[in-house]
Ligand binder design. Structure first.
Ligand SMILES: Nc1ncnc2c1ncn2[C@@H]1O[C@H](COP(=O)(O)OP(=O)(O)OP(=O)(O)O)[C@@H](O)[C@H]1O
Length: 208
């Protein structure tokens, strides 16, 4: 049986607001899914819940039949999130941002460096490897954050509006890379408003 990511009857509150109410979703390995919906419909909340950063008040997240409880479990199961705003450390270089994250996940420095260099190259930001993240353009930061997540070579890639700052050729590059990863068995979930990104996905879920 192929691996399935399941959001099972999940209810999420932020403060006094119910942002997801009994929401369910199954995504099979090899699938690239677009999550759409108006601003404030809960797309980011869904991604954070899958990544273990928000705890649902009811329901659960499962991957390959195992329940994921919290951030550590999600990371251990290979769930990577590229959040809106990218979450790069501004005082580290592009390369250091990725290497630190990979070493923290348990890889040796050599393997982390090799994977980082490959991923930065795939995203077209190898020339920016030794620049501080704060010196990069918005689109370059976005691509470095994507490279950092892909270098993890995990099972689930969550991207929250990750093509929003990209020109069309870089957006196509990112979508093609993610399509390739999905074709090789990864689960890719992208929140997006972009029609070309939606078109490259296998399925779409609309939050309303
Ligand atoms: N930190 C927070 N504090 C209070 N309310 C929040 C917080 N984060 C999100 N919310 C609320 O939760 C709801 C869902 O927000 P969420 O960011 O998940 O929506 P979204 O669909 O991703 O929106 P967008 O497309 O604008 O990013 C919104 O009504 C928002 O106001």
């Amino acid at each position: 049986m192929s691996r399935i990511l399941s959001v099972v009857d999940v209810t999420v509150d932020i403060g006094s607001e119910r942002v997801l109410d009994g929401f369910s979703l199954d995504v099979a390995a090899g699938t690239m899914l677009a999550v759409t919906g108006a601003s404030g419909s809960g797309k980011t909340s869904l991604m954070w819940t899958i990544a273990g950063l928000l705890t649902p008040v009811a329901g659960e997240i499962r991957l390959g039949g195992e329940r994921l409880r919290g951030r550590d479990a999600a990371v251990a199961a290979g769930v990577s999130l590229v959040p809106q705003g990218n979450a790069l450390a501004s005082v580290l270089t592009a390369r250091e941002n990725a290497i630190v994250s990979l070493v923290a996940s348990g890889l040796s420095a050599n393997v982390a460096a090799a994977r980082t260099d490959l991923a930065l190259d795939e995203l077209g930001v190898a020339a920016q490897a030794d620049q501080l993240a704060e010196e990069l353009s918005g689109g370059q930061r976005q691509r470095v954050a994507i490279a950092r997540a892909l270098a993890r070579r995990g099972t689930v890639f969550l991207g929250d509006e990750i093509t929003s700052n990209l020109d069309s050729s870089n957006r196509d590059r990112v979508v093609k890379l993610l399509r390739d990863r999905a074709d090789n068995g990864m689960i890719v979930v992208l929140t997006t408003h972009d029609d070309d990104t939606i078109a490259a996905c296998d399925a779409r879920v609309h939050l309303g």
